[in-house]
Design a protein around this ligand. Sequence first.
Ligand SMILES: CC(C)(COP(=O)(O)OP(=O)(O)OC[C@H]1O[C@@H](n2cnc3c(N)ncnc32)[C@H](O)[C@@H]1OP(=O)(O)O)[C@@H](O)C(=O)NCCC(=O)NCCS
Length: 340
Amino acid sequence: MAPEDLIWRPPLAADISALLCFEADCADVDGATDRSALTAWEPRLRSSEPLPAGELGEVLPVRGPDGARCEGLLVEVTGPAGTRIAAAGWVELDEKGPESRVYLDGRVHPAFRGCGIGSQLLRAMESHGRRWLAALPGGRSQVLRILFYDRAPDAQALFEQNAFVFRHAEDDMELKLGGCQRADAGLPSPKLAPEHWSSTIAADFFRIYDDAFGTRPGSSLTGADWHRAFANPRDEDFRPQLSLLVREGAEPIAYTVCHEQPEEDGSQRWLWITQTGVKPGWRRQGIGRALLAENLRRAAASGYSRAMLSVNVDNPEARALYEELGFRMMRRCTVYSKDI
Ligand SMILES: CC(C)(COP(=O)(O)OP(=O)(O)OC[C@H]1O[C@@H](n2cnc3c(N)ncnc32)[C@H](O)[C@@H]1OP(=O)(O)O)[C@@H](O)C(=O)NCCC(=O)NCCS
């Protein structure tokens, strides 16, 4: 397909129904949803001012509910059957974590794959991401990220050809709350009664993280970065009452950190157990299992319908623990990145 056959323009609210069909057609081939499904973008598109169609790479600036910078890019092709969406891409700046990240999330319609559109879309998204990052104040690491679920290997080849590097793969696991979960293990010792997160004991959570994740590859956040990303009271999704810490005497030995995620249709609430860890000297004594079981009981009592978490594919020990508690695999999330 020649580049001149393609029209690149920002997506508009009027495109929503066509984009929903586009996503359904992609999902038939690719399986699970992308990171930024249209359900997440729809309200942003509806609230955006329409912009005139433009040259390759012109995008629609919109702001997410949290003030995050997000832009969309639509590729259309006109043929005998009319105009169809050939590809769509979303670019999003996330500064919550320890580094400035731009997420690139693009899809090509199955009928238009193998024509080079994916490479063009990826390069267009990358050039936008780079422009944003170049405009930020210095001092923080910067990275372009591609995060996707259950995608076929052809997409991964495209990322590698464009110098994106495999970072990690994690399995998202879920557990329905309210009745059948094995969240009844009980705490192993009365001394381990958990405390929930508060600013006065925030530093203790980090101390356990630092020790527990010291045994995991590539986990070495500073206190400031960890608090900002994982236990930030200004983050509206953070759930301090359900983020728990246990001590042996005065020593903090195990913790969980939890966040809330609304279900896609907004009807129910999921609890993300974002992180859990037990200090190395206290492992294999049932403390991790008991703490999570207590967390699940409290989540169910607080009205959550599901608990979810992610486990790295290189962490079979933690996975065994989650499976024992009744968590089951939902989907695999793979991350590619490029340092800037
Ligand atoms: C994963 C972790 C939280 C487990 O904590 P723990 O208190 O040692 O876990 P428990 O003693 O409650 O173990 C419960 C079950 O999990 C499984 N399990 C836990 N650690 C295991 C290991 N090293 N090898 C094999 N199975 C393991 C076992 O099925 C175990 O039951 P068993 O001891 O009766 O065989 C802890 O190893 C840890 O902090 N790891 C580093 C941080 C991390 O990986 N966090 C999870 C990120 S997703």
